[in-house]
Design a protein around this ligand. Structure first.
Ligand SMILES: [Fe+2]
Length: 434
């Protein structure tokens, strides 16, 4: 048999594979222009929801009318609201800016895996959201460093096309950067998604907005994006935890004290002591500044937090750690203490939501042994936790408006690999240390 046709076919296949791997990165996109003007009414704006303890959801919205009530009417049929809840409100001033009335109203108890229809402040329009399931499978959409550019819109459009239950955001939301009306435009931009699924966020450097001697940090962030910190025993909106469908998720603060003597560290120990891996086999952790990062951007910025907290998270067998800050995507092997470790966490940097600062293109070479996949492109991730042992992670680069699945991997839980059982004594020891 003549081998030439076979060689030709093999050559064509390999050429096609190489061509498919070559990726031409699209150019940056400009910031979206919003003709922001105050709406002269009690019209609910910037509506978003977040978990507020077991079976409860916090509905947040803004009105310009300071007399608008903080009331949410809700029910499982459109236009028929069988329940009503009264909430609280706040507002803030920032130099010459005065915020609208920011309403926070907790509703519930809610059924699992159910569509609810709701109205804010007794005003149309009607919104709707779906509660997450009681058990696996559950899907998280993950994207950090969002901002409000054409690429942000592209990322949000792709997330909107996927079937997911909860959005996880590891910091850097609006890129308002002191211009407070940009928090309002960001709220409007994300409302279609954030009013329909819980958005669970933690802070990044762009949330700080502190001015020495004049303004403390996080005023706008804490006023607008109230997370369930009280519900999870924390004294700060900058770190908290929540549980959903067999997952315990810990949202940490890269920009508040995080050494071994900090309140955050004490709270983390207390929170880990409450985790029951029978009930929540998966342990997820999010914060802004990555600990495992082979991009040249932001090298070493997470070292202090890592030195303090990685031993604790390792003893607690955290499965997956999500970070942002670096405007690119990177996934590691299971790692601990700077190297591969079968009982360590998978670290995923996903600060590529689409902000105005653009991508971080330069990488350290050769890559560290723990780095599996890295690419400077905008996109989002989806974590589908199938059961107590298996999860399927995919990363989708935006690629000119096509949601291409660029990286994918099955992740097995540390419960199923025996690591949680192996580390029982180590965890008990570290949690009982004074
Ligand atoms: Fe950042």
């Amino acid at each position: 048999m003549d081998p030439k046709p076979i060689i030709t076919v093999l050559f064509l296949i390999s050429a096609t594979v190489i061509a498919a791997q070559e990726y031409v990165r699209p150019p940056p996109r400009k910031a979206l222009h919003f003709p922001w003007s105050r709406k002269p009414s009690s019209l609910p704006q910037q509506v978003h929801i977040s978990f507020a303890g077991d079976k409860h959801m916090r509905v947040t919205w803004v009105t310009n009318d300071k007399s608008a009530p903080s009331v949410v009417e809700y029910g499982t049929s459109s236009g028929k609201y069988s329940s009503v809840a009264q909430g609280e409100s706040t507002s803030y001033k920032y130099i010459l800016y005065s915020s609208g009335k920011i309403h926070h109203t907790v509703i519930g108890p809610l059924e699992h895996d159910t569509v609810y229809f709701y109205q804010c402040g007794g005003q149309a329009p009607e919104f709707q959201f779906k509660t997450p399931p009681a058990q696996f499978p559950i899907t998280f959409a993950v994207a950090g460093d969002l901002g409000q550019t054409g690429w942000t819109k592209s990322t949000l459009d792709h997330i909107d096309q996927c079937k997911y239950d909860v959005h996880l955001l590891p910091g850097d939301l609006s890129y308002a950067d002191y211009i407070q009306s940009r928090w309002d435009t960001f709220g409007e931009l994300v409302q279609p998604l954030a009013s329909a699924r819980p958005w669970m966020v933690t802070q990044g450097n762009h949330e700080k907005e502190n001015i020495p001697f004049l303004k403390d940090g996080f005023q706008s962030y804490n006023s607008r994006w109230k997370m369930p910190y009280e519900e999870s025993g924390s004294s700060s909106n900058l770190y908290y935890s929540f549980e959903v469908a067999g997952v315990h998720a810990i949202m940490l603060g890269s920009y508040t004290d995080n050494d071994e003597y900090s309140d955050q560290y004490r709270w983390l120990k207390a929170d880990l002591a409450k985790v029951d891996r029978q009930k929540t086999p998966w342990l997820l952790v999010l914060f802004h500044v990555p600990w495992y990062n082979s991009n040249k951007a932001h090298q070493g910025e997470g070292d202090g937090m890592m030195a303090a907290m990685e031993p604790l998270l390792s003893a607690a067998s955290a499965d997956i750690v999500f970070a942002g800050h670096v405007h690119a995507y990177e996934r590691t092997k299971r790692v601990n203490n700077g190297k591969s470790d079968r009982c360590g966490a998978v670290h995923i940097t996903i600060g590529d939501g689409g902000n105005k600062e653009g991508l971080a293109h330069k990488y350290k070479n050769p890559p560290p042994e723990w780095s599996v996949f890295r690419e400077a492109s905008f996109g989002h991730g989806e974590l589908n936790i199938v059961n107590s042992t298996h999860a399927f992670w995919t990363w989708h680069r935006n690629d000119d408006d096509e949601p291409i699945r660029s990286d994918q991997v099955w992740i097995t839980s540390l419960v199923s690999s025996g690591c949680v059982a192996e580390k029982t004594h180590e965890l008990r020891k570290i949690l009982t240390e004074p």
